[in-house]
Write a protein that binds this ligand. Sequence first.
Ligand code: URA
Ligand code: CA
Length: 442
Amino acid sequence: MRFVDLIEKKADGFSLSKEEIEFMVNGFVDGSIPDYQMSAMMMAILQKDMNDQETADLTMAMMYSGETVDLSDLPGVKLDKHSTGGVGDTTTLVVAPLVAACGGTVAKMSGRGLGHTGGTLDKLESIPGTSVEIPLQRFKDIVRQCGVAVIGQSKDLDPADKKMYALRDVTATVRSIPLIASSIMSKKLASGADGIVLDVKTGTGAFMRTVEEARRLARTMVSIGTLTGRKVTALITDMNQPLGNAVGNALEVKEAVELLSGKISEADPLYEVCMLLGTHMLLMAGIANSSEQAQAMLKEKITDGSGLKRLQQMIALQGGDASYLCVEQMERLTSVRKVIDLPALQDGYVTSMMAEKIGTAAQILGAGRAVKSDVIDPAVGLVMKVRVGDQVRAGDPICTLYVNDDTHLEEAKKLLYEAVTISDTKQKGNPMIHEVITAENL
Ligand code: URA
Ligand code: CA
């Protein structure tokens, strides 16, 4: 097989066979296919697309390029959830312990934040002592004991994805749907889950700007599940404004603790998305037989405090100080040098919010990283005080900033004023949940 012929085949719009795709992935990982040929192939894929079978074959070839995690000795359906990246998206810290409290097995490998989006590992590490680098055997023991553990992906997982992503980043091929879908799904499959609920974000703060693009990505990933023998459900949810109000590591943990303590209204978007994610995880595991039953179970675990107790137990088993994890103690983790309210500059209604700019504002205050080597300040960030549709008066706070280092404070404020548009006519926010795509309704 000559790789140049495969590039030509794809550039002419033909599909590649499983053997050809394996030849490509293996050759690229072992260095026999150089970057310039792989760049040309990825551009051909971006332009001519891949069908569902090719995308599933690519996913499997990438998954088997490195270590794969075997969770088969854990009880039940091994559940995972994944968000394509959002701002103020604290769902894992809420849903994983709630589902475990309902009897689910949640063995989750998460990522770190980069750019305007946050990462679950960074949020967990804002709780003193918590380790997210735990050997596999210990990880499984923790899951056996409390039904849930969240750790970082092993460095040896999916080397094909690391190499392909680095090349996509500099060849304008990141946005290809089969390349995004195989990148996400190969890591999820390699992590050993057999049931995965995906939260595909759409809007100004997301990779997929329109619902149509998000739907294509969601359908592609659900189809990969079907073709590889895993259960996959995808939600399409709105990221035109931050999901929760808090953006920043300890601030988001605090919001999760508040939700698990019953302090956040059922009408809140974060609550709504957490419920839907949890519902589909329980349905997938066969723990609930209907959405109504699943929701009732999840709500009960908030009311009786057992969801919060699971989070505390998980953190303690991962080496963290769980005494912080109650509403009364969380202030200790979010104490900073300066707390600043940002006032609205005019009367009116909030008509739009740009989640990406809000995420970037939190990042430059020290809550996130511009490059992988940046160090995070766990306490800093911001809490939004308004949502799209809210009425405000000049002088009312639209946002509260938590600041230690004010080097970029003025820049952060400027971004926030750009992000939040206030005008005279009231406008309704988008619905939070756009669609749910399952293998059955694919
Ligand atoms: N997230 C990933 O892991 N890969 C992509 O290609 C895009 C988003
Ligand atoms: Ca996230």
